[in-house]
Ligand binder design. Structure first.
Ligand SMILES: [Zn+2]
Length: 120
């Protein structure tokens, strides 16, 4: 017997599917396949990230860190402007590959804005 985490009922073990590692799932078969769950599953495409996307993710985190610390570095001899530029360049591949065009525009705006700020 096992308690389902959705319907909170105790059901025999054959009601629970096995995970790839051999453990039983926490949700019973009855709750796992509702019409709503099936609909949501239909909307999601399962896939693995490509190597370029993985690399973009890593670079994106680094770029975000640069952008995060930039406002605090601006008063110190404009180091903040350089870290803004580095952050924008590092974040660009991730948002470009994910086709998040709004963030691509934000990053390009950051590049142009702080580029003009530095070189004028
Ligand atoms: Zn259940």
């Amino acid at each position: 017997m096992r308690k389902c985490n959705v319907c909170k009922l105790k059901k025999p073990n054959f009601w629970f599917k096995k995970k790839p590692n051999g453990d039983l799932k926490k949700t019973c078969r009855g709750c796992e396949r509702t019409w709503w769950g099936g609909f949501l599953r239909m909307l999601v495409k399962e896939r693995q990230l490509t190597p370029a996307e993985r690399l973009g993710n890593r670079l994106g985190y680094m770029g975000t860190a640069f952008i995060m610390m930039s406002p605090y570095l601006l008063p110190y001899d404009n180091i903040g402007a350089y870290t803004y530029l580095a952050g924008a360049v590092l974040s660009l591949p991730q948002v470009w590959l994910a086709k998040q065009w709004n963030l691509v525009i934000v990053n390009l705006n950051l590049l142009i804005g702080y580029g003009l700020y530095l070189f004028s």
